[in-house]
Design a protein around this ligand. Structure first.
Ligand code: FES
Length: 103
């Protein structure tokens, strides 16, 4: 059974920001939109480029390399050239800590 792991503090992640973190060696990008913080695997499903180098607009992160977009809540691919989703992780805020659960 996996537990929630603290990966960052909320003040370190501004609204509309992306933050690369690691949990047990797993690379994760935290994305904070107006409706909260979401955690995705930090790798584009197109060519393994880090999504944390991209840009967040609304609820979608755009990969810097070729422009694929992903829904930060579901990980679904929203724009070519990516067609596969990226993995999302359960994420919660405890006090000012951002915690992620690996599954
Ligand atoms: S590596 Fe992300 S769109 Fe190509």
């Amino acid at each position: 059974m996996s537990e929630f792991i603290t990966v960052a503090r909320l003040p370190d992640l501004p609204v509309n920001g992306l933050l690369p973190v690691e949990a047990n060696g797993v690379k994760i990008v935290l994305a904070r939109s107006g409706d909260g913080v979401h955690a995705l695997h930090d790798e584009c499903s197109h060519e393994e480029f880090p999504l944390s180098d991209g840009e967040l607009e609304g609820n979608q992160v755009t990969c810097l390399l070729h422009g694929a977009r992903f829904d930060i809540e579901t990980g679904a691919a929203k724009a070519l050239p990516a067609v596969k989703p990226v993995r999302v992780y359960e994420c919660r805020i405890e006090g000012d800590e951002i915690q992620v659960k690996l599954n």
